[in-house]
Design a protein around this ligand. Sequence first.
Ligand code: DUC
Ligand code: ZN
Ligand code: ZN
Length: 468
Amino acid sequence: MSGSRTVIRGGLVITAADEMPADVLIEDGRVVAVAAHGGDYAAGWTADRTIDATDLYVVPGGVDAHTHMELPFGGTSASDTFETGTRAAAWGGTTTIVDFAVQTKGQALREGLDAWHAKAAGNCAVDYAFHMILSDVNDSSLKEMDLLVEEGLTSFKLFMAYPGVFYSDDGQILRAMQRSAGNGGLIMMHAENGIAIDVLVQQALAAGRTDPRYHGEVRRALLEAEATHRAIQLARVAGAPLYVVHVSAQEAVQELAAARDMGLDVFGETCPQYLFLSTDNLAEPDFEGAKYVCSTPLRPREHQAALWRGLRTNDLQVVSTDHCPFCFTGQKELGRGDFSKIPNGLPGVENRMDLLHQAVVEGHISRRRWIEIACATPARMFGLYPKKGTIAPGADADIVLYDPRAEQTLSARTHHMNVDYSAYEGKRITGRVVTVLSRGETVIDRQRFTGRAGHGAYVPRDTCQYLD
Ligand code: DUC
Ligand code: ZN
Ligand code: ZN
């Protein structure tokens, strides 16, 4: 791309801050200017390539701050590799993912991180960064956190669920939070009371309640709210900010809202599955409900209003996917006759930008809020801004041309994720990705994939910029 200049003309540029009919000039993979079209300044730009964006939105590439490519889970592995998953991300207008490297018990953080770099390097179609899952908080992993923050891995996920696997007890959580208060890292919390949930799981199975819907019933909303409350109090004691992942229960949103009303630096993320799906899906017959098993679980439809409200009032700041796909055949089926053996996770990395545009169409959020929750805030939250998440001079030219009037139907027959079902099969969406640039390179060209594995680069991150 050296020396090459591209101009995108005639579109409506939408960022978290502005909407303006404007042209965008790109040089060497970066945005160098944004200027009103029709004006003398933009009219004078010369370029090697002109992309016509008439009638299209020109928006920043999506930043999905929560994916699990190739995650080993429940005796199997998430079915998207970094290659297939980032290609699907590109199709869906997401140009940066932040995936979770995993420290398994007894392992050094470095070992887990090296393993994730080996999976991703040379395979990604779009840019990627890592958070780190801490499964073993001890003196040595606490020291390693400092080193990782210095290197640009600046966020760490802890689990109050999954005893014996990822689980940390309150003492470990407090220590990790104290460390992050000192080193600038951000603690991300899977907030569910896993000890209590495991009791309810055993009681349900013993009573013969083995269908997928019981996954949702035992993972009670109150146990999400209780863990969210506890995580907030521990973060207060440690003097650390807190980011709660995949919030699904209205009672948990209330905990976050109350903490934010007190002025605490507490943030919340939700996911499209909680906004568009419900326990009705988990209750689908013939084991079809297994397609919707994830944790935190889908909730009764009534919870959705609280999530939309939280997104509007900024009690929830980010929508990411928790993309963690398992095929129905051979993977979800591991849990036939025992819901606790269904691998937890849903596909979605390709669908997020479209589903959130649908939320604009349906009046839940504004266009600028769409870009804020899907691009700008995740970039700020995880130290990627303004390189990612906006269209402004100096930003990477990660840009999506989006047709807000096109109609599409989501389906496993047409999606690009490596999974044999769609959680949104048959759902009609207004809006569609047309063209996607990643650092100025066209990776989707008028609905044709033109990218390549290996174009995507690892992006070291700053510490959280949302507090700045
Ligand atoms: N939740 C999921 O649904 N899958 C992977 C891990 C998690 O926390
Ligand atoms: Zn989680
Ligand atoms: Zn997750």
